[in-house]
Write a protein that binds this ligand. Structure first.
Ligand code: NAD
Length: 298
């Protein structure tokens, strides 16, 4: 059995650590938010008050934080992971961050004598709860292999993506596709409704047809069709709009640097910006459907 240090026990970190505890591992977790920490304690995480306590004696430390700035803050500084962890501890960041932050984590870790992998995930909170997340792992080969074994209780699939930052690069591309698919599911669901189709019947048809996507399957933005959809719960977030906006901004930034034209992604980005401007940053990103509906409501 292994000892995991874990920083960030939110929507994803919570259920991911629950699966580690369930598999018999020791997890020491830290989160700034008392509610997130106590929810994790309820499923068996040993919650602690500092990063240093979370990483002490850990075989591996995972971070599952909102954005690059949080990851840099948690790794760096006097009380951060680099200053307090033992050099033998493997470091893994599962947050979705910009490639520059991930590269910084690789470079600084190597300079300080640590092994680090970027290990972002796909599958949403339902995948996190079920222990079926897809992990895409980037880094030096033996670090990726060691991380993969430690990831296993949380994963349906672990894929070695390539060298440093290959995992995060794959994740940025994947999520751009996800949010474009969400636009498609939003528009398709509303048009189907206006054409008089029963939403459940239409969803069943699409599920076995070429309009099928993960967004359509899991996040279908019409109440009463898919249990996992936030549309059933007043759009309380499973994937917050500000995080969706962050992810698609990462893709647009990468597009700009590489010269790839990302017009569909730009449209999704505009819609998330609109939602945030209207005060919905904390709501689920599937609320994007409100701009598609003819009555403007969701
Ligand atoms: P979240 O906001 O629910 O959780 C993040 C947690 O980090 C919060 O509990 C917050 O209090 C904590 N935190 C922030 N700064 C901290 C610090 N300095 N020290 C300790 N704790 C700190 O976000 P989430 O939905 O769990 O997402 C986490 C990451 O995973 C993001 O990068 C997101 O883009 C990515 N992701 C999310 C999903 C999803 O479906 N929600 C799916 C795949 C990947």
């Amino acid at each position: 059995m292994a000892t995991y240090g874990w920083i960030g026990l939110g929507n994803m970190g919570g259920p991911m650590t629950a699966n580690l505890v369930q598999a018999g591992h020791t997890v020491r977790g830290f989160d700034l938010d008392a509610g997130a920490a106590s929810a994790a304690a309820a499923h068996g995480v040993q919650t602690v008050g500092t990063i240093a306590e979370a990483v002490a004696g850990a075989d591996v430390v995972f971070t599952m934080l909102p954005k690059g700035e949080h990851v840099r803050a948690v790794f760096g500084g006097e009380d951060g992971i680099w200053a307090t962890a033992e050099k033998t501890t493997l470091l893994a960041d599962s947050s979705t961050v910009d490639i520059e932050t991930s590269q910084h984590c690789h470079d600084e870790s190597a300079a300080r004598g640590f092994r680090f992998v970027d290990a972002p995930v796909s599958g949403g909170i339902s995948g996190a709860a079920a222990g079926t997340l897809a992990f895409m792992v980037g880094g030096e080969e033996s670090a990726v292999a060691d991380a993969s074994a430690l990831i296993e209780p949380m994963a349906g699939k672990v894929i070695a993506a390539g060298g440093p930052t290959a995992g995060i690069a794959a994740k940025i591309c994947n999520n751009m596709m996800l949010f474009i698919d969400l636009m498609a599911a939003s528009e398709g669901s509303q048009l189907a409704e206006q054409l008089g189709l029963d939403p459940k019947v239409f969803w069943e048809i699409v599920s076995v047809s070429s309009g099928h996507s993960w967004a359509q399957q899991t996040w279908y933005p019409v109440p009463g069709v898919v249990d996992s959809a936030a549309a059933n719960r007043n759009y309380d977030a499973t994937f917050r709009t500000d995080l969706a906006h962050k992810d698609i901004s990462l893709a647009l930034d990468a597009g700009e640097k590489t010269g790839v034209r990302l017009e569909a992604a730009q449209l999704a980005h505009r819609r998330f910006e609109q939602l945030i401007g209207e005060g919905y940053a904390d709501k689920d990103c599937t609320l994007i459907v409100k701009y598609t509906s003819p009555d403007g409501g969701a």
